[in-house]
Design a protein around this ligand. Structure first.
Ligand code: NAD
Length: 416
């Protein structure tokens, strides 16, 4: 059998959930395909005068419950199939978190490493102009993802507003000076930790005795690490694209931030205070209680899933587990808290930012975090209870709840 594409893999979860909720074939056919796909060729003038030509995508998967919503990533593997898969995941995530958005994703198939800020800005503006006809405050709202950040969102907002007038709510994850919400940058990582707190309480685990390993030290991974450290939970291993570092008694978290501020790597901490260098593969199989993949997709597969020693996997990244990896971990009794639940704090925070922009009113960060926590705990509790009731996995329960909500919205809107 040929290997499954990422979109096929997500649709396999959709099919499974459809069986669980007994969804009819017509409704399922709607939910399996994306509504709109825009592909653009982008010409970017490099600083040295040469021309870079790359492809960019925006896929809008489903908008039955609200405007399309999803991040934009710059990565060599951000092709149309991956973008479709991630757009579909956004549909299920926004539905599970019960926020009034649909699902979308965007990407530029490019390696941004080594590109200058001017080149990145020119590429981002070109991309925005190429997809602006499908964007809008009540149409489609991008956000940061892998290798994009608040600055990227500022450029998108500016390029879009040049034609449409001042439109802060057309993107989320903006800098605070341009209508960003205090708390949004940390929201995905904090959300992962709120889910872990809720799970520990529900499963009667002593939170501060849990040893956690985090793959990736970007936006999500670094905020997970920081939030765990604030709670006194030991982080025993972390990694980034250059490799990882491990200390069984817990890493010196402030030292990790010191090493990475200004472009360094977590690996630079190796050798200090008993911390040892490890590879990214070794991190996945490290002796710990909770593993948080927070980097890229497809890292837990048939080769690495058998190595996992953690009892719980919290999916901070999107689609970090292949269906085969998922099957292996389920058989091994590892609890997998799926991406659509675990990293839903990002889009929930984006929803808070979007609503504040529309009202031209800013919440203090404490309110942001309180409401974020309550949304994450509610989503975890609903998913856990549904899974217990039906005797199914958390992933199956999360998709089933989400599918039911989107299918209901589709039906109410009609198909004539
Ligand atoms: P980021 O670009 O800020 O960070 C990515 C991190 O992964 C970096 O530390 C990088 O060094 C590391 N990395 C890259 N390749 C690696 C490899 N082969 N092995 C180990 N580490 C590697 O990205 P991010 O925004 O933190 O996103 C990470 C994941 O979380 C993605 O799957 C993204 O879709 C998902 N996510 C992000 C958000 C958000 O708000 N940023 C929200 C929900 C989900």
């Amino acid at each position: 059998m040929p290997p499954q594409s990422s979109f096929e893999a997500v649709n396999a979860y959709v099919d499974d959930a459809a069986r669980i909720i007994d969804l009819d074939d017509e409704a399922l056919a709607v939910l399996r395909s994306s509504h709109r796909e825009v592909a653009v060729s982008l010409q970017v003038r490099r600083d040295d005068g040469s021309l870079l030509v790359v492809r960019g995508y925006r896929v809008q998967h489903n908008g039955a419950r609200g405007p399309y919503k999803g991040g934009i990533r710059f990565h060599p593997q951000a092709d149309l199939d991956e973008t479709r898969a991630l757009a579909s995941l956004m549909t299920w995530k926004t539905a599970l978190l019960d926020i009034p958005f649909g699902g979308a994703k965007g990407g530029i198939e490019v390696d941004p490493v080594g590109m200058s800020p001017h080149e990145l800005e020119r590429m981002t503006r070109r991309f925005t102009n190429g997809i602006r006809h499908v964007l809008g405050t009540y149409r489609d709202i991008p956000a940061p993802d892998v290798n994009t950040n608040a600055q990227t969102m500022a450029w998108i907002m500016d390029a879009y507003s040049a034609g449409a007038g001042y439109s802060p709510a057309v993107v989320t994850g903006k800098p605070l000076d341009l209508g960003g919400a205090p708390g949004r940058e940390a929201a995905t990582g904090r959300g992962v930790v709120y889910v872990l707190e809720a799970a520990a309480m529900h499963w009667k685990l002593d939170l501060t005795a849990l040893r956690v390993a985090v793959q990736g030290f970007g936006n999500v991974g670094s905020w997970v690490t920081r939030a765990l450290h604030e709670l006194g939970v030991p982080v025993v291993a972390v990694s980034d694209v250059r490799g990882g570092v491990h200390r069984a008694a817990g890493l010196d978290v402030p030292a990790l931030f010191e090493a990475t501020t200004g472009g360094g790597s977590v690996v630079d901490v190796a050798g200090r205070d008993g911390a040892e260098a490890i590879t990214n593969d070794e991190l996945l199989g490290i002796d710990c209680d909770v593993l948080v993949p927070a980097a890229l997709g497809d890292v837990l597969d048939e080769r690495t899933a058998p190595l996992v020693k953690a009892g719980t996997v919290l999916e901070g990244a999107n689609h970090p587990t292949t269906p085969e990896g998922d099957r292996i971990m389920n058989e091994r009794g590892i609890r997998v808290v799926p991406d659509v639940l675990a990293n839903g704090g990002g889009v929930t925070g984006s929803y808070f930012e979007w609503s504040q922009n529309i009202q031209q009113y800013r919440w203090p960060e404490e309110r942001f975090n309180t409401e974020l926590r309550s949304k994450m705990v509610e989503a975890f509790t609903n998913t856990e209870l549904f899974a217990e009731e039906r005797g199914i996995t958390l992933r199956q329960a999360a998709f089933a709840i989400a599918l039911e909500r989107v299918a209901r919205a589709e039906k109410l809107r009609g198909s004539a």
